[in-house]
Design a binder for this molecule. Structure first.
Ligand SMILES: *[C@@H]1O[C@H](CO)[C@@H](O)[C@H](O)[C@H]1NC(C)=O
Length: 141
């Protein structure tokens, strides 16, 4: 009897862990898709934005994501709706949990401030944001 309960628990855990994984990876795919749609509606007019680079520590990905999120509203987009959607998704708990690092020692690490990232034009900015999301998606494959 005990063994059976144990088995059931193990299976439930396994299934739940996978649901979580699938949910996160779907969210990432969704945001990347929205970002591409947003990109199509952006007037790339040479506007310069602080753009996090990806050669940063994994534990700074969340801080980089926050920087992207504060910059996205500055893009000159024809479709405000998709722009708001992207911002909302970048802020979402699920995405934040995906990007934040699990290593204890890295948690309190000082990350670069948004202002200190290099200025890149809007095209490069979108590309870098997509790269960050893709890099994180790689963890779930
Ligand atoms: C964004 O759109 C521009 C054209 O407007 C294109 O050159 C660029 O590759 C697109 N970037 C991404 C990440 O899709």
């Amino acid at each position: 009897m005990k063994l059976l309960v144990c088995c059931l628990l193990a299976i439930t855990c396994c299934v739940l862990a996978n649901v979580d994984k699938v949910e996160k990876s779907m969210k990432l795919t969704e945001v990347i898709k929205e970002l591409r749609e947003l990109n199509k509606s952006v007037e790339h007019n040479g506007m310069m934005l602080n753009t996090p680079t990806l050669d940063i520590e994994e534990c700074c990905f969340l801080s980089a994501l926050e920087c992207f999120q504060t910059m996205v509203p500055q893009l000159k987009a024809r479709q405000k709706k998709i722009q708001q959607k992207v911002v909302r998704n970048l802020k979402s708990k699920l995405l934040r949990s995906v990007v934040s690092c699990n290593r204890e020692e890295g948690k309190n690490k000082a990350c670069q401030g948004c202002d200190s990232y290099p200025l890149k034009d809007s095209r490069e900015f979108v590309k870098q944001l997509e790269s960050l999301l893709q890099k994180v998606t790689g963890y779930y494959e």
